[in-house]
Design a protein around this ligand. Sequence first.
Ligand SMILES: *Cc1c(COP(=O)(O)O)cnc(C)c1O
Length: 386
Amino acid sequence: MFKLSKKLQDLPPYLFVEIDKAKRNAKQEGRDIIDLGVGDPDQPTPAHIIDRLYQAARDPSTHRYALDQGLSGLRKAIAQWSERRFNVKLDPETEILPLIGSKEGIAHFPLAFLNGGDYSLVPDPCYPPYKGGTILAGGKPYIMPLKEENAFLPDLKKIPLNILRKAKLVYINYPNNPTASIAERDFYTDVVKFATKNKIIVISDLAYSEIAYDGYRPSSFLEVEGAKDLGIEFHSLSKTYNMTGWRIGWASGNAQLVSALAKVKSNIDSGIFSAIQLAGITALEGPQQHIKDICQLYQERRNTLIAGLQSLGWQVTVPKATFYVWLKIPKKTDSIKFSTLLLEKADIVVTPGVGFGKYGEGYIRMALTISKERIQEAVERLRRIL
Ligand SMILES: *Cc1c(COP(=O)(O)O)cnc(C)c1O
């Protein structure tokens, strides 16, 4: 009866809704589902952060509208964290903006810079809000394929000139969801050169900066010289502190980009619950041991899964970061069919690669957010059906 807007019609379907539905149905039938699908930490938020929320929530001064630009204490804590972690200096007054989860900021950012018909350069496969945010802002995603032979880095030299002229934004995301690939500093240096030459804003999504293995420490795009002249980086407390449900993250980088996002948001939301911001300060400033612990936990699970898949004769790349394993599937099938087969025959949920874009076809993503025992059980079920 009602006609959806052109923009909404143009949005790709949000894949995880479909997966969740199929999974719920299977559960309703009473089947014992092993869920390697959704990338959401299974461990609880550390207790000292929860305690701070309790205490802050009892203080009536946290009950009112929060400031749009976030608490200055949170912005200062973010600046100090960024300097400690990456040696990147940020002005808490102008170069940092707390967000209601980084997805919120990532999806709203294109509203600040795209006009109808402008392009965003979007990696494919990718985290869905890069395309979604672009389309909702009236822009067009231009797909940069992430291919295994290029270590899942985009080939910036392949983008045609007529596209570059109309491109306003480029998205990069390393450590990467869904491919679990990483970027070295050389890549960031190339991105700065490319973006400077073509006058394109760089959006770096660093949600997995702390989830890394074997001694690897991801770097920030903003570490590279010149990056702050044209870049904005999105960070999240979600994966680092097991706080996905809390909705808190931030944007940092170029002051003009940060203030433009703040202007968009001032018309849409009214800030993060102050008690959550205070708990966020505790997360960033409190003991960090738990990060080592969860990385250790994911690393053991990763090793279990990889060893299991290898014992099935599967070729796997061992991820150095994120809690995902990106797996090539047999050539004769496609990722939806293969995922459906795993659900129907083995009661295993995985995410079909095509859900992240057409260059994700031929792959599935498994998330390391279940116990080692369940991962072992999943491998045994795979052994039975393959
Ligand atoms: C999980 C994730 C985020 C973080 O989302 P929040 O909104 O901060 O919870 C951002 N980018 C990618 C690629 C992710 O996987």
